[in-house]
Every structure is written in C-alpha cells, then in structure tokens.
Design a binder for this molecule. Structure first.
Ligand code: FAD
Length: 391
C-alpha cells in the first residue's frame, strides 16, 4: 500500500486520547492476529467462535463504557473504536459484542438494581457469562412497541408467556433480558430470565442464515416461565426505557458499519494495486480510481459522524434523532462501499478468502437490526416535520 495513508485523511487519530488509542490498538491487533486468520472457516461452518468471544473479556474490551462493576473504563469513543475494529474483522464478532455489552449489559446497567448489577455485570464483562436481549417477536419487529409477550404477577413471582424471534445468544445465554407487557397496567417491563433454571424457557437456533453466520440467533418460546420479583428490572417502567437502551446501541451500529466499509475499501485498494488487466494494474484506470476515491470519501464522512457521536455521548446530548441519522447514514453508505469493493475484486470477490463478500452479506443484517434504515428515516422524519408517519 506504499504511499497510502490508510483511511485517516481527516486525522481522526489526532483527536483521540492516549487511552482511546490504546483501546483502538488492542482491538486492532486482536482482529488482525486472532480473528482474520480463522473467521472465514467459522463463517462457512456457521460456528460461533466461543474462544474469540472469551478473548474479548480477557482483553478488557467488553463493557461499552459502563462505570464500575468490573467493566473497563472506556470513553464513548473508545467504545465506538472497539465496535468499529471488531466489525472491520467480522460482523459476527461485532454483533456478539453489540448484544453482550450494548444490549444486555447496558439494559442491566441502565435499568437494573444494585444487586442485579453486582451479580451480572462483572462476569459478563469477563465473558464468563453470556447475555441476550429479547425484544423482537415473530409478529412484531419494526413495531416492537406493540409486543404481545405477557407478564402476569403471581404472588412474589411473575409468569411470562409469548414468543421472541432473532434473539442473539438466545441459545447460549446465562441471562436473557426479556421484554414483556404487564397484563395489569399494560406497560412494557424487563425481566432477567436465567434459561438454565427456568422451566418454560425454550430456545431454537435459527439456521440457514446467509448473513452473520458465526453468531447465533434464537427463536424463543416462553411458556409459563416463572421469575422472581427480584429479577424484574426496577427502572424499566415502560417502552420508553427500552428505547433508551436502543438509542445507545444504534450508535454502536454506526461505528460497526464504518468498520465494514473500512475493511472493504482497504481490501479493494490492495487488490486493485496488485491485479493487472489490459497490461496495467487496475489502479491505473481512471474509472477504478474514481470508484476508490468515492469509497474513501464515504468512509471519511462516516468517521466524522462517529467522532461527533462519541463527543455528544460524552456531553450527555445524544438524542434518538441523532442516533437514528447516524445509523441510517452509516449503514446505507457501508452497504454501497462493500458492494463496490465486491465488484472491484471481480470473481475473487465472491470467495471467502478475499473477505469482501462476507462483509457484504453481514452488512445486510446491520442494515436491518436495531431498527431498519426505513424506521430510522421515520424517526428523523418525525423530528423534522413534527408528523409521525409510522402508522
Ligand atoms: P419488519 O418490521 O417486518 O419489516 C419489513 C420491512 O418493512 C422493512 O423493510 C421495514 O423497514 C419495512 N417497514 C416496517 N414498518 C414500516 C413502516 N411503518 N413504514 C415503511 N416501511 C416499514 N431483536 C432482538 O430483540 N434482539 C436481538 O438480539 C436481535 N438480533 C438480531 C440479529 C439479526 C441478524 C437480525 C436480522 C435481527 C435481529 N433482531 C433482534 C431483530 C431486528 O431488530 C428486527 O429484525 C428489525 O427490527 C426488523 O424487524 P422485522 O425483521 O420484523 O421486519
């Protein structure tokens, strides 16, 4: 790559603290040395790399900025850089972190009791315990606000009934944050369900995926699953509290999309430098240069979004609208960049060994989960017009 400056044309690295650079380097080395050499095989065999997930804990990369409780002290930007790097390596590893730290741990940290935090956050940060976040249902995805899983109070316990779909880690989790509607007051509440000791919890792995093949999602059935009152998240009073958790994780998806786009651009540049057609390297053709430059410009604009996202979170001024713009913008751009990279690799672009097809397939899931591009658009549309156009 000789004279290339990588993708840091706007000198993002200069804006980072030494600590943030430290997290970035640790995640980058982990991806280059431990993820990339093996991940293609895991993807092909649809195997979840438990050992790599555990390494994230050993390396102190799991915690998404949660203070205390054995979590590494990461700034929002350090957190984002780790999500970016993991997705630069592989969408499944990145998604695992998103579920473990962004969804499950953040639900407990934001809405749990001190006892719940003490019990779950330290082992989850070490990845000695796996977490899941069960919101989506077979008949409620974009409109998860209308979820139908019920919670009925029975003495000191709650009884949960319903179905959940697409739940990351649902078959391997030690604790699952289940969102259910209290039949008494109609509000959505959160419950910490421990599959190993909860009869009535049943999880089936969803097979046949062509995206994020090495992280598993589950179809969960809750059939009279009983949990104690002490397992209810005391600060989760309504769907608004669930939505607060999601605003934070959409930020992580924006960083993750940047990771996929960065990988694709770097692979395409390298490939076009080495590949010769019509007697000269592909980078010698004007159209190829134009396409590479367009990809780089998109990557740089995504970086600038992410940097500002991090600073806004630090100031405590991230809003649903900003998180939605960033998720929508970055996933849309990343989908285009990975598709262009795949094309620039010609036939080799569809081989796992060259990585871009895996990024292209994985980006499809980032585009959909945590609220589709259309749903993010509607969130922003409501803000700029004052008119909700969801229903
Ligand atoms: P639908 O809501 O049925 O949407 C289908 C299409 O209709 C989309 O294009 C959508 O944009 C469009 N649409 C919907 N409503 C409107 C509207 N009002 N106006 C215009 N267009 C509309 N969920 C969890 O709870 N936990 C997880 O760990 C989890 N992990 C996931 C992992 C993967 C790989 C995937 C694919 C999903 C995961 N999800 C998870 C679920 C995810 O959040 C949903 O798939 C997503 O919100 C979309 O819901 P849906 O699939 O039901 O699609």
């Amino acid at each position: 790559l000789g004279r290339s400056r990588g993708t840091d044309y706007f000198r993002i690295a200069d804006q980072l603290t030494a600590e943030e650079r430290g997290y970035w380097n640790r995640a980058r080395h982990f991806v280059d040395d431990e993820v990339l050499p093996v991940i293609g095989d895991h993807w092909e065999r649809a195997e979840f790399p438990r050992d790599l997930a555990r390494r994230l804990g050993e390396l102190g990369l799991v915690g998404d900025g949660i203070a205390g409780y054995g979590c590494p002290s990461m700034s929002p930007i350090a957190t984002g850089l780790v999500h970016m790097e993991l997705n630069r390596g592989d969408g499944s590893i990145g998604t695992f972190l998103g579920v473990q730290a962004g969804l499950a741990m953040q639900s407990i940290a934001m809405l749990g009791s001190p006892e719940q935090k003490e019990r779950w956050l330290p082992p989850m940060a070490r990845v000695d315990a796996f977490g899941a976040f069960a919101l989506t249902e077979p008949t409620h995805g974009s409109d998860s606000v209308a979820l139908e899983t019920t919670a009925r109070r029975d003495g000191d316990a709650w009884v949960l009934d319903g179905e959940k779909k697409w739940i990351g880690n649902g078959t391997i989790a030690d604790v699952v944050v289940v969102w259910a509607r209290d039949v008494a007051d109609g509000q959505v509440k959160g419950f910490l369900v421990e599959p190993a000791t909860t009869p009535g919890y049943h999880a089936e792995r969803i097979d046949g995926k062509v995206s994020l093949r090495s992280v598993w999602q589950a179809h969960i059935t809750l059939d009279g699953a009983r949990v104690e009152e002490s397992a209810r998240l005391p600060e989760a009073h309504s769907f608004k509290d669930t939505a607060r958790v999601l605003a934070g994780t959409r930020n992580a998806v924006a960083w993750g999309a940047l990771g996929h786009a960065t990988a694709a651009y770097e692979i395409a540049l390298q490939y076009c430098t080495e590949r010769t057609q019509f007697g000269r390297p592909l980078v010698g053709f004007q159209i190829v240069q134009q396409r590479l430059v367009t990809m780089l410009a998109e990557v740089c604009s995504m970086q600038l979004y992410c940097l500002r996202l991090g600073r806004l979170i630090e100031e405590g001024s991230l809003t649903d609208t900003i998180a939605a713009i960033a998720k929508m913008n970055n996933t849309r751009k990343a989908r285009q960049v990975v598709a262009d990279a795949r094309d620039l690799l010609g036939g080799n672009g569809i081989l796992l060994d060259f990585h871009v097809m895996r990024h292209m397939a994985d980006m499809e899931a980032l585009h959909t989960y945590e609220g589709t591009e259309t749903i993010q658009t509607l969130i922003v549309g409501r803000d700029i017009t004052g008119v909700g156009a969801f229903a």
